[in-house]
Design a protein around this ligand. Sequence first.
Ligand code: ADP
Length: 678
Amino acid sequence: MSIFILFELFILLLFLIVHRNTNIFALINLYFYVLFSFAAVLYFGGILYSGGVVFIGLAGALNSLAFLKPGQIRYIFIVYISTVIVEAFLQPFLTKVPEITPTINHVLFVLHLLVVAKVFYDHLNTYIRESIRAKKMEAEQLKEMEKIKTDFYTNITHEFKTPLTVILGLTNPDSKISKTSFSNYIPMIRRNAMRLLQLVNQMLDLSKLEAQIMQVNYIQTDIISYFRQLIEPFRHLANEKEINLHFQTTVKELYMDFDPERMDSLVGNLLMNAIKYSSKNSLISFNVSKLKGEDKLYNIGYSIFPPRRYYPDRLLKLEIKDTGIGITKEEIPLIFNRFYRVSRNNHELKEGAGIGLLLVKEIVKLLNGNLFICSKPGKGTEIIVLLPLTNKANQTEPGTASAQIIAGNGKHPEFKSPQPKAGKELPHLLLIEDNDDVVTYLETVTANFYKIERAGNGIQGIEMALKSVPDIIISDILMPGKNGYEVCNTLKKNFRTSHVPIILLTAKSDKSSQIEGFEKGADAYITKPFNPRELLLRLQKLIENRDKLKAKYKTLAIVSDIQQAKAPGPDEQFLIKTKQVLEKRFSDEDFNPVELSNHLGMSRSQLFRKIKALTGLSASHFICFYRLSVAREKIEKTNLNISEIAYEVGFKDPAYFSRVFTREFGMAPNIFRQKHHN
Ligand code: ADP
């Protein structure tokens, strides 16, 4: 007993002197309980004759539940159980101590048992109390979350309803707005639609954040020209409120890595707030500059993250400053919380759902940056965002970044509309889309430049495309019957339509569905809502690219041995088939496009369109070009006279042959021979 008391006193003294590492003292103490009880049991003559000393060890092990970590608790129990097992095995070899008479043994046993029962009861009690408290807290948290969610839905539905009311009201046929004055309301409708779009984007970002799938897709391009385009719609918005929005930069051009989608959300939310919380005639400035990492970091106001040490050498500094209503010092740390909105006098309460700054914070975190905010009620707010400036991603054309924002957000930098080519037949555009409103809108955008056909679903779209072989196709993705990917896949595999460029138009803006579209052969991908000018430009560019290929196919069909091409695509296969027919039939003067179409199993008009699309030639011109090319080869390589060659390649009249040869190759056949035989 004296050893026990002495050791306990020693541990207590040590703890009082050192006064830290409580956990280690508890651990030593509890092990001492276990080992002391083991030694005492052995000394007194075994478990049954030691007055229940074995329970002292059990009390020690049980006490570990309150002090130690799960791993430590496991070990102390293992040690205790091992000592009990050893005691049981050693029992036959132990001798009882005479002082412990059966009565003393009995009394001590009961006392020790009571002690251990008390310890056990205490722990059980604490455990039950804790679990009831945890359940209560969980229920409270759930209730709180429910309240936040209900508030959020109430807020957000209100947010949606306001712009919708404006749009629906102004476009209601009963509203008796005259056609002439309607144009005055278009900016208002657009502004409200933009607000809806911003809300949808915020909600999508929020759900990505919650699912932790927000990614960064870096591109490298000139961020200054990207910003210039980005702020355009905000400038309009500010001007409408008679607020001046200034964009200033210390560098003319700055190529760096950034993710346009994230940057758009970051800067967009900050600019939107600056405009929202500023009044008439105030000033907002957006400054962009480059910093050296070592420059003394900002100590302006509040920073949402502790200063970061892992910046690269260079930093991008974005500064958005307004002279609006400002925020109090106490509220500043709170405004970055989910759904937090500063409560102001009712007349000052602006539209908003309290997620803009949460997104800003999360994006800054995702981009390894930092944000500083300084604000004074009545004076204005200044927000500085610092972002690492790197140049690792693949370089992209400056336009690409803005094209992405436009596609994603419907913001509209100025694009030049393509001009319809006077006197030329309009290209044939097939729209595959099930939504009548979208079709009407697409028709109004494209009607001046294209001859339009419409299919209401994927199956109809495929049928029409195969029948009429359009010059270009715009297809939706989500449609009844066959979806856009299947349309793409089918048309790109069919040699009649494989050359036709296809634009997929869809509300899905995530990368994986874009990749799927490209895998199925789509030539371009445009996300709704889209900029009409961008769509027209894409259409025009795709048709131009197709034109550039024509020259290639024209020569490919005649001169090079396309059969040798490895894994020929449907277009090459079509040309191979055509060439095989021509090789057999070109010398027959009666051979004509109708016969060619019969051989190829296509209708006349399908063949005409396909050949025109691939080579830029009409079908009869194509046959003629083939004959002339064979003739040219014969002139070069044989000594047959020109008339003989003309007959051989299917011309009845050598004079006519000479004329068309001269027109095609820029010199008469006899001159061509002289040149090549010299
Ligand atoms: P909201 O949709 O309410 O604007 P935010 O998360 O974007 O949500 O902003 C949270 C709160 O922070 C807002 O309710 C507003 O009171 C305050 N706030 C944000 N930016 C500014 C600013 N530039 N000037 C004044 N107050 C601001």
